[in-house]
Every structure is written in C-alpha cells, then in structure tokens.
Design a protein around this ligand. Structure first.
Ligand code: ADP
Length: 488
C-alpha cells in the first residue's frame, strides 16, 4: 500500500496553520521501516503560550463559545465526528504510517475518536447540577462549570482515539483546549485540526501544537494560565506533570498512567477461550497498551497446559507489515522502546524465568520484536514488576483465591485486571478485591466512551469516559440563596 500524502505539518492556533516561532521542525518516522515520513513544525514554549492566549480569548465571557448553548456545542461536535468519518480511511492510513498499528487497530482508533465525540455530543445538554436541601431558610443548588483552558498531552499509542477522548471531555462541558500530540505521532491530530476549522468551531477553542514533552508539554504543565492538564502516558512523566502543576498554579491534573495488570485464570475456565483472550489481552498492539494483561496468573491444575497452548498461539501470531491484511501485530513505536523491551526480556532470562518462545528482535528494518512468552515467572522478577510495553507474556502459577488476589495487588499500579472462571463467587471475589480502575470478567480489553477509565495507585488520578469523566473536566459551583422564612 502506498503511504498517504501528508497534508498538514504546521501548528494550529486560532483556526490557522502557522510555522513555529523558532522556525524549528522535527521529523516523524514510520516505525515499520524506520524511515522519515514528514517534517513537522516544532512547537516550543513560545508557541504553546500563543495557543494558551488563543484559548483564553476563546473562553472569555461573551465570546462565541461561551455564548453557545450546549445544543450548539453538541452540533459542532457531531459535525466534527461526521467530517472525521468522511476522512476515516485517510486518517487510518496516516495513523498506521505514524504509529505502526495494524489496519484493524487504526480503524478502531479513528472510529473510537468518532464514538467519543458523538457520546459527548449526546451528553452536553445533560450536565445537571443538584438542588440541595440545605438546613435553614436557603435555596441551594450546584452547577457544573467548565474549568477554562485545558492542556491535553497525548501519548503515541492511540493518537486519534486518545485525542478524541480528551477533546470530547473538554468540549462537552465547554472548555477550550491546547492539544500537544506525542512527538512520534502528530499527523492525525494535524489533519483533525483542519476538520476543526471546516466544522466551524470558533477560533481558539481547539489549538494543536506538536512538539516535544520537556519543551512544548512543559509549557502547558508549568503555565500559570492553564487551568487543567490532562495527560495519558508513563507514570514517570505523570509524576513530573503533577509536580509542575503543584509548582505553578496548582492546576487541576488528570493522569492516566502505566499499568501491570493481573489476569487471573482459574482451572474451571473455558481453557481455549481463556488462552486466546489472554493472548489478545497482552499481544494486542504489540503490547503497547497501558492496561494490557501483563501478569497472567494461572491456576496450578491447568498451568502446564495453559503455557503449552499460549506458546503455540504466540508462535502462530503474524507479526509484520501492519498495512497487510491478516497482520496481527506491527512494530514497537521507536528504537528506544525496542531497546527497552529487549533489555527487559534479557532480564527475564537472567533472573531465571523460562523463555518459551520469542525473545529477539524480528528482522533488521523497523522496530519489530518476536512474540515472547515466559513461564515460571516469579513475583520479584523485573518482568513481573515493570511495565514492558512490548509483546511479552509473563505466566505465573497460583494455588488459592486468597493467594492470587494478594499477589495481584502487590504492585504499585492499579489500572486494570481480569478474571476467567465459570464460578460467579470467584469472579466477584477477584473483581471486588483487585485494586484497579477496570476489571474484566471472562473478557479482556472491552472499551467504550461509556466506561469511566482510570487508575488506582500509581496508575493515575481521575477518570476519563462516562459521566464521571466529563465531571472531571468541570468545576462544581454551589450557590446559596437566602429565601423568606419557611412556612411549609
Ligand atoms: P511514553 O512513555 O508512552 O512514550 P511519555 O509519558 O514519555 O510516554 O509521553 C507521553 C506524552 O507526554 C507525549 O506527548 C510526550 O511528549 C509528553 N511528555 C513527555 N515528557 C514530558 C514533560 N516533561 N512534560 C510534559 N509532557 C511530557
């Protein structure tokens, strides 16, 4: 398949495409080939400040955006969703070229962006406050108000989907936003910028500034004029962002971070289904999913058979050119991730886990890793503790429900988890005991804009998605009105 022509490479501020203040550009690379695909204007603090100013102006009282009813916002969001749908194939191909994800995943990423926008459009006029039966002669009500200017920092693993999620949360409740796409994957965001203009959003409501984290990203997190930052990415960077919020204006910070999710498989499960679903739960997107089921705990009675079948499945996995029909897994995003995954695989071998299959780089072009399965994994090993973000399955053995829930929770992360069993009691015990934001029972990875998603512990702060997700992007105002003495 011929790579798509890149149309937009400039910074988007106030509905205009502009060059960076510094005149600098950076290259995007196709992870499938390792070759350069485009040169994008590199936003820096100066560009971020211009974008913040545009967003502040768009948020001013009396501005077209602030005067717009929720119904009007919803109409614009639906229009944007329709335009993205019109360009779905082009956006899909850009996403594949930028990120290396398969056709199926890239379609899902773009369709997910559309679903988020439509879900938010349906919710925009349903953001109800409360009336509060306050003691005394008062009438009291609360209302949800937009926080103001939101800085949205996007990771590279699902660029379109995650920008869609953050844009939706911002727009549904009436915020203005400055988006900083990941430096590896800015292209779909910039095409969507052109659609923002075409849809007719007022200038400054949505601004998109590509650039690097420590410069452009930090420009948002350290700003005194940004009211909230929403970030999806690594726990390490999440910590920097929360600190930057504290050191500047104590802005609201929403963080969706890393994970090391447990996937508990009991002996009474449907074995072939559990093997297949656990395989997808870790190998999907070459393991580059924050809620991947990277610790597969399997009951001792079925352990050997489960390992055998998981190895056979991994050996069958088709890894290669993501544009080809039938390819199940593409490359890692870049050289740095490739090196990190290979280093962790080496640590698994040297710490005594049994390498069932894989373990090496695949080919010499692009950033591919063989589908890798480790058995006899112990809780103390690095591969059982650290987020690998690669196609590497760890299979651990357990005996009892009490033991496995305790071990599943022995992690600094708490993003997701799963359990496979036909016994409702076991399912509920595990679901209720694991300290994580999303638990799947007899499935792995079901997502929807309707689901509040986010982490316990060091997997994050706050939720995105569902009604709770929208409220995260609001301030709650309470109004107390003195009324005449009660006579009823
Ligand atoms: P990953 O580990 O998944 O590559 P990162 O957490 O490094 O992800 O990056 C996710 C996003 O955070 C990217 O858009 C990146 O540019 C941005 N980022 C990285 N470092 C910083 C920082 N110091 N401040 C703000 N944003 C950052």
């Amino acid at each position: 398949m011929a790579p798509p022509a890149v149309k937009y490479t400039q910074i988007f501020i106030n509905n205009e495409f502009v060059d960076s203040v510094s005149g600098k550009k950076f290259a995007t690379v196709n992870p499938t080939t390792g070759k350069k695909t485009a040169e994008v204007q590199e936003g820096d603090k100066a560009d971020i400040n211009k974008a913040i100013k545009a967003a502040q102006d768009a948020f001013k009282l009396g501005s077209p955006w602030r005067r717009m009813d929720a119904t009007g916002r919803a109409a614009l969001m639906n229009k944007l969703a329709n335009l993205i749908e019109r360009d779905v194939e082009y956006l899909r191909d850009l996403e594949i070229m930028d990120n290396g994800m398969t056709v199926q995943l890239a379609t899902g990423s773009v369709m997910g962006c559309i679903s988020f926008l439509r879900y938010g459009a349906g919710y925009a006029d349903k953001l109800h406050g409360k009336t509060i039966p306050l003691d005394g002669d008062y009438f009291c009500y609360s209302r949800y108000e937009p926080v103001g200017v939101v800085g949205a920092i996007i990771p590279w693993n699902f660029p379109c989907l995650l920008m869609g999620a953050k844009l939706t949360c911002c727009l549904t409740v009436g915020n203005c936003v400055v988006v900083k796409p990941a430096e590896q994957t800015p292209l779909t965001a910039l095409h969507i910028a052109s659609l923002v203009k075409e849809a007719g959003f007022p200038p400054g409501v949505i601004n998109i500034v590509p650039g690097y984290g420590p410069t452009a990203g930090a420009g948002l997190t350290e700003s005194m004029d940004v009211d909230m930052v929403t970030f999806t990415g690594s726990t390490e960077v999440g910590r920097i962002i929360q600190r930057a919020g504290a050191d500047s204006n104590l802005k609201k910070v929403h963080l969706e971070l890393g994970g090391k999710s447990p996937n508990v498989v009991f002996a009474d499960c449907d074995m072939d289904y559990a093997v297949e679903t656990s395989h997808i739960g870790i190998f999907n997107h070459s393991g580059q999913i924050c809620c991947a089921g990277t610790r597969t705990f399997v009951h001792e009675d079925i352990y050997d058979e489960f390992v055998k079948k998981s190895k056979a499945r991994a050996l069958k996995r088709k890894v290669g050119d993501p544009t080809c029909e039938g390819t199940e897994g593409g490359p890692q995003i870049d050289q740095e991730q490739l090196d990190k995954v290979l280093e962790l695989i080496e640590s698994g071998k040297s710490e005594g886990a049994t390498l069932q299959c894989g373990g090496k780089r695949l080919g010499t072009e692009g950033f591919f890793v063989e589908s890798t399965v480790f058995s006899d994994v112990q809780d103390h090993m690095r591969i059982a503790k650290e987020e690998i973000f690669g196609p590497v399955q760890q299979i651990l053995k357990f005996k009892t429900v009490e033991e496995v829930t305790e071990r599943a929770n022995k992690t600094t992360y708490g993003l997701a988890g799963a359990v496979f069993t036909k016994d409702i009691n076991k399912a509920l015990t595990v679901a209720n005991t694991i300290r994580a934001g999303l638990i799947w029972v007899n499935n792995y990875g079901m997502f929807s804009p309707m689901i509040p998603f986010g982490g316990y512990k060091m997997s994050g702060v706050g939720r995105e998605g569902g009604e709770d997700g929208f409220k995260e992007y609001c301030e709650i105002k309470t109004v107390v009105i003195k009324v005449p003495e009660k006579n009823t």
